[in-house]
Design a protein around this ligand. Sequence first.
Ligand SMILES: Cc1cc2nc3c(=O)[nH]c(=O)nc-3n(C[C@H](O)[C@H](O)[C@H](O)COP(=O)(O)O)c2cc1C
Length: 372
Amino acid sequence: MNESVGVRADPVADRIVHLTQLEPLAEERLAGPTWDYVAGGAADEHTLEDNVAGWSRIKLAPHTLVDVSHIDTTTTLLGHALAHPILIAPTARHTAYHPDGEAATIRGAKAAEALYVQSSLGGTGLTEVADAARSADQPWWFQLYIQRDRDWTQELVERAVAAGATGLAVTVDTPTLGARDRDKRDNLGAAAGAFYPILDGAPVLPDATPAHRRIYNPHLSPNITWADLEWLVEISPVPVIPKGILRADDAHRAVDLGAAAVMVSNHGARNLDTVPATVDALPGIVSRVSDRVPVIVDGGIRRGTDVAKALCLGATAVMIGRPVIWGLATYGERGVTHVVEMLRTEFEMAMALLGAPRLRDLGPDLLWANQP
Ligand SMILES: Cc1cc2nc3c(=O)[nH]c(=O)nc-3n(C[C@H](O)[C@H](O)[C@H](O)COP(=O)(O)O)c2cc1C
């Protein structure tokens, strides 16, 4: 018998073979308010469920008898040569999930060759993010929440770019947070300011409204408008990418104003419940702007077939949010790498089984609904 058969080489990879296996393990580690914050969506969580379910509603139509002995997932995105089109979405407070926080995520991303997007609400300061990214030689974009004070916001953009950010994902779907019932029950947010070193020093207005009647958040500007997007495009030395677009007309307007790409997202279903799953918003946006800019989509992507479907529908790349946190919380940097690698491997398998060995082979004809 060949002795190498069955050898256990990697204690993580040998046991964890798909993404969702990590979810209950992460829940054990983070049980309580931190888990509620990560797992939760807005209100009744209809969209939360739909984000994941939406991808599986779409049926695939594989070509047979295609030579798939070489699978090529390389692509370019706003000047970055990427090994594959799976990005790490910006999520807040990685230090709450693992003691090494964002630094571990950055190293994990590097090993998985995944572009990393740093949240404004990170648990690690920009200097430390920059150090970790520089020493890992990891490219990253910065996710911006425009602050009430625009001068301070401009300084933040300048600091992020000086720290090495090569793109600016400006979140446009969050003038305030959604009805996050789980967090309300946990009274999360009572000490909000203290958690966010990147926003340290941002002038915030005191809000005397009693908690149960409060809508606004001190770190989110409720008066951001198209003029702010235009302004950001003007002042930013790096490409500006609005994150959180669901409507085709908004995508079109953003591109007219100079957006370098568009992120189709419903914020992981954390803001406005009953908006559509992102898979349902994607085609309209693709048909309006994908001839001009790359379209990136996130929300509920858990399987390689989901990635394949996103690209068949015209996305250039996808982002994953919660699964990265699951990986980080359970196995630290190794877990982050493993999450991306599992998804990437499944994606490559899906490409092989679809008879689509290159990304440009992934098109609408591979979706069952479009059968001739
Ligand atoms: C715990 C958590 C924190 C998040 N923090 C941010 C954030 O700081 N800024 C932002 O633009 N989006 C944030 N998001 C949304 C993600 O960037 C992304 O849109 C979403 O997680 C994708 O859906 P998925 O989690 O189903 O993959 C957060 C999501 C989660 C789950």
